[in-house]
Ligand binder design. Structure first.
Ligand code: FAD
Length: 425
């Protein structure tokens, strides 16, 4: 069996279940990553889907993956083009029987698989970016509760545990490499990340599988986890929250690996409300994944899942003031400057700037989601769309949208204006 393994947002060799499927079922494999350029360049809100910050973090991880595959005698072939076109050409050129890949359960990514299948190409894709596998849920996805706490309680009362992470299948040693000798590197240039909460040019933050595992180990070797709940709402710095999201979003590490370290910490070092809260947040991450599987494209409609939200307005000039950090509100500008310059923003600031865009500037929440997609290092289609829809009252939450009183938020979280001055200078 001759296979092609298409790395998507699973840029690691270990605990990669779709990769193991390929490795177990193949005699020869061609390894591929494609920096996708959609066929019709028709980006909504005229924004690039992947901006400089994520591109750099991605290219760092691809270099590491290339190096790690070469230890097994394999080559990682890199392309920048339309994914479907590249894949269908490679299938012909190397007489590939099956393409294996991670299943990304979002509309555009599902369409890519559908297009390949329409060309009679055999594709095996497997969804495994969540903490809990779909078959571990105490209900079918169609019956997924529309309220997060119902989902959480059902998981917790079922006492089901995430699966243990697995290593790469030993069969990798028996597989012949197929090589296309393509290595189109991404055009990246390092910027100044010295003020960043996730400084991707500094040693501990450089993208990749090994770096991700080292980061995870160090996090749980420190005592940060036991005070997480009390620091997580801070606005800036490298230590206030876990910063697992960038590693998770490109799949340098898996949610199951995070859980495994957390579990060990709770069993051997300390278990408290803060350590539980890390698990709680990982459940939110899972919830947004399953919500997207349940509702699919509807989550991308203007009204999302809420038919009463048909009359959402949009104002291009207010949107531009928001993206460039030029609104009337200095606290909001600070957040937008941080995001634009570094690609990272705390969860608290994400909520605050999102609320401002939706409620005070009267803009379409999907424009905000597109801006985040372009800028965030940790962009993740499920978490981004899910959180934006939730903020706008276009998700499943029955309480409607989230309205943040910006003045009150600033007093609570930036009483001395330290953050505001830091990012407006
Ligand atoms: P921690 O607070 O340390 O949380 C631990 C982990 O739990 C995170 O790494 C993440 O995987 C998960 N998590 C925490 N909060 C959330 C949440 N609200 N939703 C889903 N998962 C969560 N997160 C992304 O990973 N990618 C996105 O594109 C993204 N877009 C967002 C857009 C908006 C408008 C908002 C309000 C939130 C968004 N989030 C997104 C969720 C959250 O802000 C980030 O996951 C978090 O700030 C990342 O920092 P951390 O890893 O230090 O998080």
């Amino acid at each position: 069996m001759r296979s092609l393994y298409w790395f998507r947002n699973d840029l690691r060799l270990n605990d990669n279940l779709s990769l193991n499927l390929a490795v177990k079922n193949s005699d020869a494999i061609l390894f591929v990553h494609i920096n996708d350029i959609p066929k019709e360049i028709n980006y909504p809100w005229r924004l690039l889907e992947i901006g400089q910050h994520r591109k750099l973090f991605l290219s760092q991880g691809l270099s590491e993956l290339k190096k790690n595959l070469s230890k097994y005698g394999h080559q990682l072939n890199l392309y920048t083009d339309n994914s479907v076109r590249i894949l269908s050409n490679l299938v012909k050129k190397y007489q590939i029987d099956t393409i294996y890949c991670e299943l990304i359960n979002a509309p555009d990514e599902i369409k890519q698989i559908k297009l390949l299948e329409d060309m009679k190409i055999n594709v095996v894709s497997f969804f495994h970016s969540s903490l809990f596998m779909q078959n571990q849920l105490p209900f079918s996805v169609a019956e997924l509760p529309n309220i997060f706490s119902d989902f959480r309680k059902a998981i917790e009362s079922g006492e089901v545990k995430p699966n243990e992470p697995v290593s790469i299948s030993k069969n990798i040693f028996n597989i012949k490499p197929i090589t296309d000798n393509q290595s189109v590197m991404l055009d990246t240039y390092p910027l100044d990340y010295s003020k960043s909460s996730f400084p991707i040019t500094q040693k501990n933050f450089i993208g990749g599988e090994e770096s991700g595992i080292v980061y995870l180990k160090k996090y749980f070797q420190s005592n940060k986890a036991e005070s997480y709940k009390h620091t997580r709402n801070e606005l800036t710095g490298i230590n206030f929250s876990t910063k697992f999201s960038p590693w998770l979003s490109l799949g340098y590490i898996s949610a199951r690996q995070v859980f495994s370290y957390l579990d060990e910490y709770e069993n051997n070092i300390k278990k408290n409300e803060s350590t539980y809260w890390i698990f709680f947040e990982l459940l939110w991450r899972d919830y947004f994944r399953f919500i997207m599987i349940k509702y699919g494209e509807k989550l991308f409609y203007k009204s999302g899942l809420n038919l009463s939200k048909q009359n959402i307005r949009h104002d291009d000039s207010s949107f531009e003031l928001w993206t460039t950090g030029n609104t009337k509100n200095k606290f909001i500008n600070a957040g937008m400057n941080e995001l634009r310059l570094t690609g990272f923003l705390s969860n608290r600031m994400r909520q605050i700037v999102a609320s401002y865009l939706i409620n005070e500037l009267g803009c379409d929440w999907r424009a905000g989601a597109a801006w985040f997609e372009s800028k965030l290092i940790d962009y993740d289609v499920y978490s981004n769309q899910g959180n934006w829809a939730y903020m706008a009252g276009c998700g499943t939450d029955p309480r409607g949208g989230r309205f943040f009183n910006i003045e009150k938020q600033q007093k609570t979280y930036d009483g001395k204006s330290t953050y505001q001055l830091f990012w407006n200078s």
